[in-house]
Design a protein around this ligand. Structure first.
Ligand code: NAP
Ligand code: GCO
Length: 297
């Protein structure tokens, strides 16, 4: 008995302690409900979102409860965007602002804070591409791409971060690219900018994580939008563009992505559901980055 007691008692105590610990952890896990993905009461600025990927992401945010703010360089495009949101039953606030201008961006953020509210969610979506072989590209053209695709996310982020710090939370999503990881002919400036944007993402996460600000990237694969339209143009004989065929072969999903494919990942990264996800780039690419490619026949 004594011998048994000597072994059983400590074992019993150890088991009791373990069960208490297990109970502690199970009791403290909150139920996952759709509320985690809600953006109710949040103000979201999506740059360059009159159409394309930005428009799809902003529409998903609105469906999740957020108030949408967007900008574009030209008034006609802002008006077009406002009409498109209205058609979907979304009340959006649109402003003219060139994201490469620090002055215009600071004025935009001040105006949004006054007219709509302090920004909780920023998506750095506005972007351009110039497909020119590197040795034919002028330094001015290279700088222009870096300016919109890398300098602008820096300018807009630094304009919204102080408001997020005051609010005690914030989400920044940078729209990166396959070219944040891969190169190809003619896109040197774009790849340099999107690679830099991946590192800016990690740095914002590192520098402002302690203020409950999460900065993550989304790396879309090849998505059918006006930006990629030249790569999908039908050939004179009616056949598909060689680049179009190349992308289908390179993508395990065997199709181009659509702007809608980015909606779920964007809502996740904008919501409380991702509060411990920081400094990542979530590639939404139908599997391109995972795939070595088809063996030649
Ligand atoms: P898009 O169809 O060309 O739309 C880009 C938007 O950005 C347009 O509304 C454009 O306005 C705006 N914009 C450009 N420069 C601006 C500036 N200086 N200030 C304010 N707005 C500006 O492109 P998208 O395909 O939707 O791409 C959106 C983002 O995703 C870009 O960052 C792009 O690089 C990235 N991306 C796209 C793909 C893809 O396959 N489509 C893949 C990976 C990443 P304007 O029309 O007035 O120029
Ligand atoms: C290109 C394309 C790409 C895509 C996208 C890929 O010419 O290769 O335009 O750069 O737009 O960024 O993720």
């Amino acid at each position: 008995m004594y011998d048994n007691g000597r072994f059983l008692l400590p074992l019993g105590i150890v088991m009791d302690k373990k069960i208490q610990e297990i109970n502690y952890y199970t009791n403290n896990i909150k139920l996952i409900t759709m509320v985690n993905f809600s953006l109710e009461g949040k103000v979201a600025l999506v740059t360059g979102a009159s159409y394309g990927i930005g428009f799809a992401i902003a529409s998903a945010f609105a469906a999740a409860g957020a108030t949408i703010v967007f900008n574009d360089i030209k008034q006609e495009l802002v008006d077009k965007g406002l009409a498109a949101y209205q058609e979907k039953g979304i009340k959006a606030f649109g402003y003219v602002c060139d994201v490469t201008s620090e002055e215009q961006v600071n004025a935009l953020v001040a105006q949004v804070e006054k007219e709509v509210g302090v920004i909780d969610i920023l998506v750095n979506n506005a972007g351009i591409i110039k497909r020119i072989p590197m040795c034919d590209m002028s330094a001015a053209e290279f700088r222009q791409v870096i300016d919109v695709d890398l300098n602008a996310p820096f300018i807009v982020s630094k304009a919204v971060i102080p408001g997020m710090i005051k609010k005690g939370h914030g989400k920044i999503i940078n729209i990166c690219s396959m070219m944040s990881e891969l190169g190809r002919e003619t896109v040197s400036a774009y790849a340099a900018a999107k690679g830099g944007l991946k590192m800016l993402t990690r740095n914002i996460a590192s520098e402002y994580g302690e203020y409950n600000i999460q900065c993550n990237g989304i790396g879309p694969g090849y998505i059918a939008t006006p930006q990629t339209a030249p790569l999908r143009e039908l050939q004179a004989d009616g056949s598909r563009h060689p680049f179009d065929q190349f992308i289908i072969a390179k993508t395990p999903a065997a199709r181009w992505g659509t702007p809608e494919d980015l909606q779920g990942p964007a809502v996740f990264l904008a919501s409380d559901a991702s509060d411990f996800v920081n400094g990542h780039v979530l590639y939404v690419d139908g599997g391109i980055l995972a795939y070595i490619g088809k063996q030649p026949k």
